[in-house]
Write a protein that binds this ligand. Structure first.
Ligand code: FAD
Length: 445
């Protein structure tokens, strides 16, 4: 009998444990709560949703809707729990938080192939991890300090920081929604390059934008986040507070970016950097922010060229333990330096409840298959929501790696132009078809 130790009974750990148990693998699942809590969890149940009770849109014209469908096809425990504890919330899938966590806890406790151990694992070299065929580390964005230190020793061994303790995420817009009559291509001093799109601002536009930015509503930090030192990634609104021209000398510096339409440098320039090889998605350089989501859409659309921007992802800054996945993980999401130790969930650099659960589900299914048949199976195609998310962990150039939730910008280009609404339908349809084909081919239909 094969044996796997899973660290962390959160969304990823529970999915992973159950998928392994279904494959006939014995699982010892370590969860440190309730004896030792994280700064955000409050109870002792597994798979606690620490903040919102929404699992976001159910619609198949969104990447998260597609991800739900794919998870249901793979018999996801989290999706079963969500469907069983759903509460009305329009087009979103919201759940009764306590009932949800109880459902998952009962399912894990009822599974004879899983032994739930309520204890903190403090190190990758801990004696309780000896004697297993593999280890899955799914300890989440608030991994306990001792284990995080142990992981950092492992990932940072070759020099440089590869384990991070918070995210500073800038919003991403779809290229199709940028007004190219205003924005122009070119890197600083290299007008021929097409890695950046630039949105020029007049002094008047800049001042109006600045006023809106300063007046916008911000998210209050969680108590345990107040002391995060935002060295090197100050929120854009905080930088703006330092003085009228601070942004002009920072991320909105116009130097070396003459507008080809006038031949002159603008008063300020917002740069958009390509997020993917197909250049379908661009992030707003330097725009990590704590503005509330609706405020971000409103204020950032004041940037010339972004008046009709479609935001594929909005910005945020929060506590988050995650690794530089493309640099330290292999194709099996195992540490390159320790092939038997796989990572799953938010710690890999996926972002969000369902993304974390989906990642755990995949690691459970794939590891189960590897332990039974000797080979890690082919991932779902990159045109599917799960495949695109896994690809993000592998294929993002390491220097740029940032956690991501599921969005269509992670998928390859459609290869045809279409309006926003049709584009979303086409992305959704392609995701469904390619995932169904993968399922059929790999005997999971
Ligand atoms: P978790 O669900 O956190 O599970 C990890 C588990 O490991 C926990 O139960 C923890 O107790 C346990 N653990 C940690 N260290 C050890 C150890 N050494 N030994 C044993 N057990 C250990 N996502 C959203 O989609 N919507 C939101 O509104 C949202 N809000 C968030 C708010 C906060 C404050 C944070 C930190 C995150 C938020 N997220 C949100 C992200 C969300 O937490 C994750 O997406 C999701 O819970 C991650 O799943 P996971 O399984 O990777 O980690």
């Amino acid at each position: 009998e094969k044996r796997v130790a899973v660290i962390g009974g959160g969304l990823a750990g529970c999915e992973c444990a159950l998928a392994l148990a279904r494959a006939g693998v014995f699982v010892r699942l370590f969860e440190m709560r309730p004896d030792k809590n994280t700064p955000a969890h409050t109870g002792g149940d597994l798979a606690e949703l620490v903040c919102s009770n929404s699992l976001r849109s159910d619609e198949l014209t969104t990447a998260i809707g597609c991800l739900k469908l794919e998870m249901r096809e793979l018999d996801s425990l989290v999706m079963r729990a969500a469907d069983a504890t759903r509460i009305p919330a329009g087009k979103a899938l919201a759940v009764d938080r306590d009932a949800f966590a109880r459902f998952v806890t009962s399912a894990i406790e009822a599974e004879p192939g899983i032994e739930l151990v309520r204890a903190e694992v403090q190190s990758l070299d801990a004696p309780e991890l000896v004697g297993f065929d593999a280890v899955v580390l799914a300890a989440g964005p608030l991994t306990s300090d001792a284990l995080a230190r142990s992981l950092a020793r492992e990932t940072d061994a070759e020099g440089g920081q590869r384990l991070y303790f918070y995210d500073a995420i800038a919003p991403i817009v779809s290229r199709e929604s940028v007004n190219l009559d205003i924005a122009f291509w070119g890197s600083r001093y290299r007008p021929e390059e097409d890695d950046y799109l630039n949105c020029p601002m007049t002094e008047e536009q800049y001042d109006a934008f600045l006023a809106a930015l300063l007046a916008a509503e911000k998210v209050a930090p969680h108590g345990f986040e107040e002391h995060i030192h935002f060295e090197g990634c100050l929120p854009v609104e905080e930088m703006a507070e330092r003085g009228r021209l601070t942004l002009c000398f920072g991320p909105l510096k116009p130097v070396g970016l003459p507008n080809p339409r006038t031949g002159e440098e603008a008063f300020a320039v917002v740069q958009l950097r390509a997020e993917n090889a197909d250049k379908t998605a661009f992030n707003l350089v330097g725009f990590q922010t704590k503005l509330k989501y609706p405020e971000q859409s409103r204020v950032f659309r004041l940037i010339p060229g972004l008046e009709n921007a479609e935001f594929l992802r909005l910005g945020s800054i929060h506590r988050n333990t995650y690794v530089d996945a493309p640099a330290v993980l292999d194709a099996e999401l195992a540490l390159k330096s320790r092939p038997g130790v796989h990572l799953a969930g938010q710690i890999t650099g996926v972002e969000g409840y369902l993304e974390s659960a989906a990642c755990g589900l995949w690691v459970g299914i794939a590891l189960g298959e590897k332990l039974k048949r000797g080979a890690w199976p082919a991932s779902p195609p990159v045109t599917s929501a799960l495949g695109a998310l896994l690809n993000h962990l592998r294929a993002t150039p390491p220097k740029r790696f940032q956690p991501s939730n599921a969005h269509f910008g992670l998928m390859p280009e459609l290869g045809r132009r279409a309006g926003k609404k049709i584009r979303k339908e086409l992305y959704g349809q392609r995701a469904r078809e390619s995932f169904a084909a993968w399922l059929a081919e790999h005997g999971r239909a």
